[in-house]
Design a protein around this ligand. Sequence first.
Ligand SMILES: NC(=O)c1ccc[n+]([C@@H]2O[C@H](COP(=O)([O-])OP(=O)(O)OC[C@H]3O[C@@H](n4cnc5c(N)ncnc54)[C@H](OP(=O)(O)O)[C@@H]3O)[C@@H](O)[C@H]2O)c1
Length: 313
Amino acid sequence: MKAVVFRAYGANDVLEIRDMPKPSPGPDEVLIKVRAAGVNPVDWKVRKGEARFLTGWKFPKILGIESAGEVVEAGPHVATYKAGDAVIASGSLRLGAYAEYVAVSGKNVFPKPENISFEEAAAIPIAGMTATVALRDKGRIGPGKKVLINGASGGVGTFAVQIARLSDAEVTGVCSAGNAELVKDLGADRVIDYREQDFTKSGARYDIIFDTVSSRSFGECTRALTANGVYINTLPSLSIFWNIFKTSLLPGKKAFTIMVGHKKADMEWLCGHIGAGRLKVVLDRVYPLEQVKEAFSYSETGRVRGKVVLKVI
Ligand SMILES: NC(=O)c1ccc[n+]([C@@H]2O[C@H](COP(=O)([O-])OP(=O)(O)OC[C@H]3O[C@@H](n4cnc5c(N)ncnc54)[C@H](OP(=O)(O)O)[C@@H]3O)[C@@H](O)[C@H]2O)c1
């Protein structure tokens, strides 16, 4: 089968399209014929070796974490799926999604909502679950809460703005001027152009600041948080872990970071809202699998509006 493979960690030139053996599913796995696969910053961070302690040193590796496609075969312990079912696979750092076929644990496979394409479906897991966990679980979002989403036009941000809107929160999105209309259309009450105004210094206070692009520190954001406000970013680091520890000891403002995992309930929650038309996937560009380098180069600019996806078959 055709696959995007890398033989070492490095820049885009370590990537090649190669013929690889088709995986066979284990007893708890589902073999999926991949129709589309999501591109997230984590994919090129993996390529660079930034997660090497988790992804290991065994090469060649097939890249890719999340995908959507059709079930070819389900292992004997997976009763939920049968050949032909349209599904989303949230995958893991075992990788393998940038290929014509991928074997994924049955726990990480979900029915595709019927009202969306395979390209849209493949873009949901990482960005959608990150936004869900951040706002719902860490931020305890609810009606009337004042929420600021920094990076509102990106993959995580476009889900986050819509989830905040759905929760009847008061939503402020931060992005550059060219993306203001998109963010308003997704449900933001206000948009701040970060090139013109520093939200941490405007005097406004928020119950939740979700920094999807992790461009502002907890220290900078504390002045823009309400007394019990919550800051959440997406970049685990020593400094955020220190702030999480420190703020856990005292009442008042809290710091959190996200390490997205696989919670069946979260994907079901997201797919339920998407299936009912209450949330949508914002697709920016769809590249054929062969243009994975172009897709990564675009993602690495940091200018993606919504999601980038690879079309596989
Ligand atoms: N820890 C986890 O589990 C986890 C999970 C998912 C994502 N992440 C991380 O979260 C980050 C965001 O992911 P993503 O998929 O949303 O990325 P993305 O789609 O590539 O983000 C691009 C967006 O970021 C905006 N942006 C760039 N610089 C900005 C700034 N200084 N202020 C405000 N907005 C800015 C851009 O808007 P403009 O063009 O308007 O500037 C663009 O729309 C990545 O670093 C990713 O690795 C972590």
